[in-house]
Design a protein around this ligand. Structure first.
Ligand SMILES: Nc1ncnc2c1ncn2[C@@H]1O[C@H](COP(=O)(O)OP(=O)(O)OP(=O)(O)O)[C@@H](O)[C@H]1O
Length: 631
């Protein structure tokens, strides 16, 4: 079963690009405040700094609001009295207010930047760690792009909201309240006009908020879809080029990008309508207040200085009011980013160590038993039966059993059950008599090593790749494992063990990758070795060499080897034939050949399709190899 980069072991190309559980579109509408409250556990350490930052911003904004009050004093005092020397003191106050405003805005930024970046980094580390712990079944459902966009773009959105949006929501609201109080004190009737304006503003915000939140969510999901497409087409670039399908994918990409663009345009439309409404309402209120204010000055009920101060303060409320539109947009973006983040974080880690693992040190012999094992994938349609319907298989310590079956019969799935990449849905698997679900997971995975048919290598040195499951191994261990796996080509790589192999090991041939994966599986001398068709990409000469090496490994360990070819089957002591979800027959190769026509058919057709010697071990594309070092 080929494993794709998206963690989709079926190797199928998904067209929906949506997690089926829970689907982005299916997300229920959650009020923004309720979503954002979920950030508290992560954001709590930043709260003191954010409060200080908000205080600095509030005082800075109030400095701006105080400007007109000083000007009122200047007009009604020194200017009306013709006392120019009286201008020095209020002038100095204005200068002081200006400097304080600038310094406080600087302080606001400095106070909020570092702690919110720490929150972002903490949340990112948490989601990465959770993704590692989530079962393979979760990764089967979730496209990589959706996960990447959550771990990267959504967290940046949340950080910006915490550092800026949240602070200014609080500051602007407080400024508005303080400003309106000042206006009411300066002139109660004119101030009341501005205060009443808040009512339609709140209504407008509620009206647009609901519409915007849906769009914010849609656009973030579409970003995830695009990321998935980029990821799939970059990793599959060779296939796309080989089949001349780059143009087709480019058109599909352009279509999806156009959808995102359209969502963004609709979002911009909603924000601009909100913005326009938010601007019109205060304009009307200010216009009415100006009209009445001028009448009051004319009738002597109000001084000219007070009217100037009133409008100075009213105008300084423009920014807090005008910014409501995009602060709300920012809040909704952050709320739906938070929802998306917690969809992953709340996905259950269903495959874990038990609360009280069985730590009995009873003879570790590597006795592996499948007892009436049943399995079905979570997304199998109800009308389809289980994939595995009662597998009984006893692999004795030190024995090698080859697993043979038609394509799609469930061989790879069976191997994935052994170290709990999936859990059985019925029956049990035991290792030395203990149910593997009762064992500590790390211990189980140390004792059972797997080499997949499609060997995934990481962008790291050969050494790091081989030592993946055996981090304390020495260079001697690595060379011994490489020799065992007939991977001596490593010695000829430009920097030996330090050679950095490209993404997914793409700079190596299929056979070379398989041999590195084999070395990775055998290096820790595991009690049980599970090999999923480990020789499928090797030419017959290399295969013969690896087989010879494998014989010595297999003689010292219990092994389950998925086999398609007679040559691999010959490595085994016994062969199990998997058919109709059960072990239909088990015995020696020759015996099965004689007794089971279906077995004979399988191996004969496989032999026919055996690859002829290929250039699998051909020259390494050295240009794509780099020495391990600073990245
Ligand atoms: N994650 C999954 N979700 C749903 N169905 C799956 C999943 N992975 C595999 N399958 C299905 O389970 C069946 C068995 O797949 P599996 O890869 O185990 O077969 P196999 O015997 O190893 O095949 P092959 O010899 O071709 O590698 C197939 O029908 C496959 O489509």
């Amino acid at each position: 079963m080929a494993q794709t980069s998206t963690g989709n072991p079926t190797g199928t190309i998904r067209t929906d690009h949506r997690p089926t559980e829970p689907g982005p579109g299916a997300a229920a509408h959650v009020p923004a405040v309720a979503s954002l409250r979920r950030l508290l556990p992560y954001a709590r350490p930043a709260v003191p700094a954010l409060l200080l930052s908000a205080l600095a911003a509030l005082v800075a904004t109030l400095c701006g609001v105080a400007f007109p009050l000083v000007i009122q004093d200047i007009i009604d005092g020194p200017i009306t009295e013709g006392n120019l020397s009286g201008l020095w003191a209020p002038g100095a106050v204005l200068l002081g207010l200006g400097v304080a405003e600038a310094a406080l805005f600087w302080a606001r930024r400095m106070l909020s930047a570092r702690p919110t970046m720490r929150v972002e980094a903490g949340m990112r580390a948490a989601i990465y760690e959770h993704l590692q712990r989530l079962p393979v079944a979760f990764h089967d459902r979730w496209p990589a792009g959706q996960l990447m966009s959550r771990a990267v773009a959504d967290l940046a959105t949340i950080r910006r909201f915490l550092a800026f949006g949240l602070v200014f929501l609080f500051v602007n609201l407080a400024t508005f309240v303080v400003g309106v109080i000042i206006l009411l004190v300066l002139s109660p009737p004119l101030g009341a006009i501005v205060a009443v304006m808040a009512v339609p503003l709140v209504g407008l915000c509620f009206f647009y908020e609901t519409r915007y939140q849906v769009l914010a969510r849609r656009s973030q999901d579409q970003v995830g879809d695009l990321a998935t497409m980029v990821e799939e087409s970059v990793l599959g670039i060779r296939i796309l080029k080989a089949f001349g399908r780059s143009g087709h994918l480019a058109r599909r990409f352009a279509r999806e990008a156009a959808q995102l663009r359209s969502t963004e345009m609709t979002k911009a439309g909603v924000v601009s309508k909100l913005w326009a409404s938010v601007i019109v309402v205060p304009e009307l209120a200010f216009g009415l207040a100006l009209f009445l204010g001028i009448g009051q000055v004319a009738s002597g009920a109000l001084t000219a200085g007070t009217l100037v101060a009133f409008f100075g303060v009213a105008l300084s409320l423009r920014w807090p009011i005008d910014s409501i539109g995009w602060l709300l947009a920012m809040t909704n973006d952050a709320a739906s980013a938070t929802e998306r983040y917690f969809e992953v974080m709340s996905a259950p880690v269903s495959i874990t160590s038990p609360a009280q693992p069985d730590r009995s040190q009873a003879a570790r012999r590597g006795h592996l038993r499948f007892e009436s094992v049943r399995f079905r994938f979570a997304d199998t349609p109800p009308e389809r039966g289980d994939l595995l319907r009662g597998v009984d298989l006893d692999i004795r310590p030190g024995e090698t059993v080859a697993l043979v079956g038609a394509t799609g019969s469930g061989k790879t799935t069976l191997t994935a059950l052994v170290n709990r990449l999936y859990d059985v849905t019925g029956g049990r698997i035991t290792l030395d008599g203990t149910d593997i679900r009762a064992m500590e997971l790390a211990d189980l995975r140390r004792r059972i090593a797997i080499a997949f048919e499609e060997p995934t290598l990481f962008s790291a040195s050969v050494r790091e790749n081989v030592l993946l499951g055996f981090p304390d191994g020495t260079d001697e261990d690595v060379w011994a494992a490489l020799q065992l796996a007939q991977a001596d080509f490593v010695a000829e790589l430009p920097w030996g063990l330090d050679t950095r192999i490209g993404e997914q090991g793409l700079s190596l041939s299929g056979g070379q990758r398989q041999r590195l994966a084999l070395a990775r599986a055998v290096i820790g001398r595991p009690e049980v070795l599970v090999l999923d068709d480990p020789l499928s990409a090797l030419d017959i000469h290399t295969e013969a060499k690896v087989e010879q090496a494998l014989r010595s490994v297999l003689s010292a360990t219990t092994a389950l080897v998925v086999a398609h070819r007679a040559s691999t089957v010959l490595l085994a002591d016994r062969v199990a034939l998997l058919a109709q979800g059960r072990i239909a027959a088990i015995g020696r190769h020759t015996q099965l050949l004689a007794d089971r026509p279906d077995y004979r058919d399988l191996l004969t057709s496989a032999a026919v399709s055996d690859p002829v010697p290929t250039a699998a071990d051909g020259p390494v594309a050295r240009s794509t190899l780099r020495r391990e070092g600073p990245r």
